[in-house]
Design a protein around this ligand. Structure first.
Ligand code: HEM
Length: 502
């Protein structure tokens, strides 16, 4: 928005993008063409009875293309926004991880970030009470590395089979097409390991003030390797430099803008107010993993910060808006399986399922060549695959390079890797309903004000459930803390009306 200081100085870049566009050019940007490049001449052929519509290439193409504008929205995280920027290393961790993006203090790696709510449909509100996605694509010189995380440090389950049930229970009721709090509370009370995460969702974390005030967490703990082949484990925390801030349910209800978060993100970046985060890691050794009295890979839990304090690695800055939302944000495809040399996948069933099913989702949503779409291209490295053909864009389709392996004709060869992943012997916690961390969160990490808001939000939502699940919820809350249980039970009995957040 070079014209900020022009006569349009007081306009808002988010609302007036098109006016700014006009200011940049003295006249039309060029002659309209068909998509095959032929110039289009002005003609009233569309209204004249004396001209065959079929002869009007431009009109026929426009109408047919309009019919094909939509692609499937993401099955979850459909509503979101994104921006571009960079990650810059501020602390040396080469003794822990050899990945090229960490190779030197000061090194910058371009990134794309997409923020999203989990349950809203594509046209839904930014302000729903929900967890938020915080997905980062690092375009490293050794390929793309994706952290596909959330704004809560834990997930609802560690069992991949729970995921489709979670999505069905929390998204719209298939009969009424309405959000159904009866199914939400049924799911949550039948899968109590998810209550830890939902204390945050019903607490202040459930409606961020804006994306710049929202933290991100990898949740998964990645095995990483240094140049000597030694393994460590990293859990990523992405903490906003402007602090974590939230909206209360009441504040959110008073905002009518469905695109509130996305508008602020776009406006701030356009005005040069770039959101930034500090990226930290919790570092564990193999001994830490083996000797921990808990399962460090349990995604419904957090790794205690007092045992494994945060260590800074770098800054994340978003300084560029997408030029075209569909091209740059709707088409971006994240996959936890996008890993780079030195960073490996978490050895859990949940991570393995995510590796497979995000790629599957991208094949479905964007087609076989989704990694050749501009925003997904690992453009800082040469890609030499043995894949060929398929739904466009095939780009140069790997030109004339041999298309099978092994071959005797100088086709690409794998590189030698020191890391030899073995199946890890991880002790899984046989007791899934472990409420210790939820209790710790409720008692020690929430202020009394936040506890009161949490209870009010739970009561308001749980009131719309059935007595069976209300009873189950009150009993489970007792295991987290008697105070939580008693106050929720009192709230359910009281005859006060309340309005849910959007
Ligand atoms: C078995 C467990 C899970 C499955 C099968 C699953 C599946 C999916 C699918 C199919 C999508 C849509 C992908 C697309 O169309 O591009 C998605 C999006 C997403 N998921 Fe998951 N998910 C799981 C667990 C998780 C966990 C544990 C996290 C956080 C650590 C997470 C964070 C996200 C985020 C941030 C997005 C949005 C990505 C974007 O902005 O495009 N999911 N998930």
């Amino acid at each position: 928005f070079e014209n900020q200081n022009s006569s349009l100085g007081n306009y808002d870049p988010a609302t007036d993008q098109i006016v700014f566009f006009k200011e940049r050019y003295a006249g039309p940007v060029g002659v309209t063409t068909t998509s095959s490049g032929a110039p289009v001449s002005y003609s009233d052929a569309t209204v004249s009875l004396n001209t065959l519509l079929m002869d009007n290439e431009f009109l026929m193409e426009r109408l047919s293309h309009l019919n094909r504008e939509r692609i499937p929205e993401r099955v979850v995280h459909a509503k979101g926004g994104g921006a571009f920027g960079y990650f810059q290393v501020t602390r040396d961790i080469t003794h822990i991880c050899k990945a090229e993006m960490f190779s030197k203090i000061g090194k910058k790696t371009p990134v794309a970030v997409r923020f999203s709510s989990v349950l809203s449909e594509k046209g839904g509100s930014d302000l729903t009470r929900d967890a938020r996605g915080f997905a980062i694509k690092f375009y490293t010189q050794e390929g793309n590395f994706d952290i596909v995380g959330l704004n809560t440090p834990m997930f609802v389950s560690k069992d991949p089979l729970r995921f489709p049930n979670f999505v069905h229970a929390l998204k719209k009721n298939p009969s009424t097409n309405l959000r159904d709090l009866k199914t939400l509370w049924d799911f949550l009370t039948l899968n109590p390991e998810g209550l830890h995460m939902f204390l945050l969702v019903f607490g202040d974390r459930g409606i961020p003030a804006n994306y710049a005030n929202m933290p991100g967490f990898s949740i998964h703990t990645y095995p990483v390797e240094n140049k000597r082949g030694e393994l460590h484990f990293l859990n990523f925390h992405i903490i906003p430099d402007e602090g974590i801030k939230s909206l209360t349910s009441e504040q959110a209800r008073n905002i009518s803008d469905l695109d509130y978060h996305n508008r602020i993100l776009y406006r701030n970046i356009a005005n040069g107010k770039f959101p930034s985060w500090t990226i930290y890691v919790q570092v564990l050794t193999m001994d830490d993993v083996k000797n921990a009295p808990y399962d460090v890979f349990d995604t419904t839990k957090v790794i205690p910060l007092d045992k494994h304090p945060l260590q800074e690695v770098g800054k994340l800055v978003l300084d560029r808006n997408p030029k075209n939302f569909f091209a740059d944000v709707e088409q971006i495809g994240f996959c936890p399986g996008n890993l780079v040399p030195g960073i490996y996948g978490e050895p859990t069933k949940l991570f393995q399922a995510r590796r497979v099913f995000y790629r599957d989702a991208l094949f479905y949503r964007l087609g076989a060549n989704f990694n050749k779409i501009g925003v997904n291209c690992p453009y800082r490295t040469e890609t030499l695959t043995y894949n060929r053909d398929g739904a466009p864009p095939a780009k140069d389709n790997e030109k004339d390079i041999p298309n099978y392996y092994p071959n005797s004709f100088n086709g690409p060869v794998p590189y030698m890797n020191l890391y030899n992943p073995k199946v890890m012997d991880v002790i899984e916690n046989p007791e899934p309903n472990n409420f210790d961390q939820a209790s710790e969160l409720y008692i020690n990490q929430m202020t009394s004000g936040e506890r009161s808001r949490l209870i009010a939000n739970i009561v308001c939502s749980l009131k719309q459930s059935i007595p069976l699940t209300q009873k189950r919820a009150v009993e489970l809350f007792y295991k987290i803390h008697p105070d939580l249980s008693t106050r929720v039970a009192q709230g359910l009995k009281a005859n006060e009306t309340c309005t849910l957040s959007p």
